[in-house]
Design a protein around this ligand. Sequence first.
Ligand code: ATP
Ligand code: MG
Length: 256
Amino acid sequence: MAKIFCVANQKGGVGKTTTAVNLAAALANIKQRVLLIDLDPQGNATMGAGIDKAKLPSSVYQVLLGMGDIKDARQTSETGRFDVLPANRDLAGAEVEMVELENRETRLKTALAAVLDDYDFILIDCPPALSMLTLNGLCAAHGVIIPMQCEYYALEGLSDLVNTIKIVHAKLNPDLKVIGLLRVMFDPRMMLSQQVSSQLEQHFGDKVFKSIIPRNVRLAEAPSYGVPGVNFDAGAKGAQAYIAFGKELVERIQKI
Ligand code: ATP
Ligand code: MG
């Protein structure tokens, strides 16, 4: 049975998609069966996995609205060796269209039931908002991975996210927990990065992953080739960090 994790943070551009795609590839490289779900109309995870979002026969949009089967919509990322439930801008409409539907928060969860045995991990790349799409991700998941940049405003947004997770846990999904906070785009030369990083450790203790993802240009270049960073340049510092993070996550979930 798959473990399902959302990569979520309502702040834009904090490294959610980079984390989701590279974690998927890192887990696939250690023989885990992975499905990456792109839950963002921007379709960045889809493109980053080497799948053309302009040419999707079916996508997560059809699946959420009950117009398509998840088994037909999923595709394989050749460059990442994991499966992808892709997205494109069609998904922007889902937000409004789902309002009319019954059980609108749990549509992704219901759809995933058909493929749970096909995977060890299902990773959900959430959009930068606490929206109905993100809510579907949180209702379907066992846990949340929160990527964050170590800067002052990062902490401010964090409390909103943690509160939302608490509410979903209380009202909609008792399985949901914060798996951990992942420090990304880390620049060790910046005093502020160091300070925020140690504040995080003080506040959240074990919930902060030991792996730290550095700012690394190879990770930023990889998506334009449709190759996950960990496979694009496996020796680069960023790739190495995501490989270590994949291993740390596997160890961590064995303990919980
Ligand atoms: P959005 O909120 O728009 O979905 P996001 O949280 O998914 O954004 P990403 O798209 O992963 O964030 O990252 C934002 C930008 O930062 C991208 O251009 C990405 O390539 C770059 N980036 C992410 N992580 C790193 C890193 N460790 N080093 C260098 N660049 C990075
Ligand atoms: Mg993204």
